[in-house]
Design a protein around this ligand. Structure first.
Ligand SMILES: NC(=O)c1ccc[n+]([C@@H]2O[C@H](COP(=O)([O-])OP(=O)(O)OC[C@H]3O[C@@H](n4cnc5c(N)ncnc54)[C@H](OP(=O)(O)O)[C@@H]3O)[C@@H](O)[C@H]2O)c1
Length: 298
């Protein structure tokens, strides 16, 4: 396979499993649109779908998978444990599998390092933390219900805490984090690589109403390459070494985001995007009962 076939590329995780470099995101993909989006993505060739219990759309995602007719064995499905389910991990995965209508998921992530009280989302559970959640997650691969386990929204500080805890027997296979040129997190990405943790980049296009689409360097680069800014952002992410999960519910955009083979960015072009000056973050931690981000990469 040529290294310009980005849509066929996979990254090998620390478990030996291979995660497709590009997948379809489904956050904010609403009812009556996500089923079609998932089907269209799979028919366009996507083999990786990212969802979460918190998105409230696992049932439709499962329906879209079945509508596509693509065999389950060819598809990588990621879902995530909701913050208010940290103390009931076994129930959390069962709930997700039931909604998805699947026997297993390829990747199960702890969505946030916050064990939120289900009775009051402003409170952290007094007798629980993400270390305990990970202890429970570590039991899942043996059940066959999940093939790989990982985390999301972990900075270096929380990863250190997790990895240094004596109860940590399984190094997360993936850390799914916000990654785009205005939030490139180079220290965190390097830290994860040093520990054998693959990164998946979320909000890889800059999310809804992306400010990136007005960036002059990116616009100029896309024009020069004869590509859309979204295609340039996706290829940049894949060339940086992380998987990307652009969300769209629009058939033409789903196809366009997957039409990225046959070209690449030069080292200089990658570096131009590495060095954009503006900074913004789509997902903060103000809405959580505890802080989980402690400044750049931390
Ligand atoms: N782990 C986490 O905490 C976390 C947090 C955020 C996101 N995620 C995951 O990462 C996925 C991607 O992140 P995201 O949804 O925040 O944002 P994104 O993929 O960066 O951007 C999605 C936005 O871009 C638009 N879009 C997509 N393709 C386009 C194109 N070719 N031209 C113009 N607009 C385009 C979409 O609108 P249309 O749908 O109308 O095309 C949508 O408004 C999520 O869906 C979710 O699966 C995970």
């Amino acid at each position: 396979m040529s290294n310009l076939e980005h849509t066929k590329k996979t990254f090998t995780l620390n478990t030996g499993a291979k995660i497709p470099a590009i997948g379809l995101g489904t956050w904010q993909s609403g009812p009556n649109e996500v089923r079609e989006a998932v089907k269209n993505a799979l028919l366009a060739g996507y083999r990786h779908i990212d969802t979460a219990l918190a998105y409230g759309n696992e049932a439709e995602v499962g329906d879209g998978i079945r509508d596509s007719g693509v065999p389950r064995s060819e598809i990588w499905v990621t879902t995530k444990l909701n913050n208010t389910w940290h103390h009931r991990v076994a129930e959390g995965i069962d709930s997700s599998l039931k909604s998805l209508g699947l026997d297993y998921v390829d990747l199960y992530l702890m969505h946030w390092p916050s064990s939120t009280d289900p009775n009051d989302p402003k409170k952290h559970l007094p007798d629980w933390d993400f270390i305990k959640t990970w202890q429970e997650l570590q039991k899942l691969p043996a059940t066959g219900k999940v093939k790989n386990i990982g985390v999301s929204n972990f900075g270096i500080k929380n990863l250190e805490k997790l990895l240094n805890d004596p109860s940590c027997k399984i190094v997360p296979a993936v850390n799914q984090i916000e990654l785009h040129p205005n939030n490139p997190s180079p220290k965190l990405v390097a830290y994860c690589a040093s520990k054998g943790i693959h990164c998946t980049g979320y909000s890889c296009l800059g999310s809804t109403d992306s400010p990136l689409y007005k960036d002059p360097t990116l616009l100029k680069l896309a024009e020069k390459k004869g590509k859309t800014v979204q295609q340039v952002l996706l290829v940049w992410g894949i060339q940086k070494g992380w998987s990307v999960i652009p969300k769209s519910v629009n058939k033409a955009r789903i196809q366009g985001n997957f039409d990225i083979n046959g070209w690449e960015l030069s080292a200089d072009e990658v570096s131009q995007l590495d060095n954009l000056k503006d900074r913004f973050k789509v997902c903060g931690d103000d809405w959580l009962p505890i802080k989980v981000f402690f400044g750049d990469d931390e």
